[in-house]
Design a protein around this ligand. Structure first.
Ligand code: CA
Length: 227
């Protein structure tokens, strides 16, 4: 899962990034509202965590603008104030949840898991497509017809997760690079090809019929043909 964090307090942001990365989230951090808004509007994030008080535009405004542009990314607002009014404004602005500072790490992680499940539409931590399942917690790929399984690297896992979430659509190399390597990624697009080939080898290893098809000149698509 790729998270967007918009938080201007350096120490807070650093601490959050560390905690979230330990929990296997990919995190991109921005310290101001304008960059944060541009980032959420890219649509590549699974969850956005927005601080309310930012130097330029506030978190509510970011949420509002993003929703106007049709961005459905779940938003968790961080507010330093506990006033009910703030919470009400937060939810009106298109935020899905809020957390009052200071908060417990456990609480934050629980909220994120809940929002993440909403994104994936899955409550049990298992994603499935065709004849494969992915376990979100153990990063395990399993072929359901023969019960063979293999552990995925984080990148391989994110590639499959993203393809499954967008099954029926072709994802471009640019979209994959942004999603897997980040908004500010300067990684070469051939990274995508290299990791695609690793991921395909894992699918072949468990003898899955689900395949990642390359669509020449466009990108990749997940397919399952049960023949
Ligand atoms: Ca702040």
């Amino acid at each position: 899962m790729r998270l967007l964090l918009v938080e201007d307090e350096k120490r807070m942001a650093q601490a959050l990034c560390e905690i979230l990365r330990l929990e296997k989230y990919e995190v991109d951090h921005f310290d101001n509202g304008l960059n944060g808004l541009a980032a959420i509007e890219s649509g590549i994030y699974d969850i956005a965590i927005l601080d309310v008080m930012l130097p330029d535009m506030n978190g509510f405004e970011i949420a509002k603008q993003a929703r106007i542009k049709g961005i459905v990314t779940p938003i968790l607002m961080l507010t330093a104030k506990s006033e009910l009014d703030d919470k009400v404004i937060g939810l009106d602005s298109g935020a899905d949840d809020y957390l009052t500072k200071p908060f417990m790490t456990k609480e934050l992680l629980a909220r994120l898991r809940a929002l993440g499940r909403r994104t994936l539409g899955k409550a049990d931590g298992i994603l499935s497509f065709g004849d494969i399942t992915l376990d979100i917690n153990t990063l395990t790929l399993t072929c359901i017809t023969n019960s063979q399984s293999v552990r995925l690297s984080e990148k391989e896992y994110h590639i499959l997760e993203y393809l499954i979430a967008n099954s029926g659509q072709i994802l471009t190399r640019e979209q994959l690079a942004m999603k897997i390597w980040g908004f500010d990624s300067d990684s070469e697009y051939n990274n995508v090809e290299v990791y695609m080939s690793f991921t395909r080898k894992k699918l072949a290893f468990v003898e899955a019929k689900t395949e990642i098809k390359a669509v020449r000149g466009i990108g990749y698509e997940m397919r399952f043909e049960n023949v």
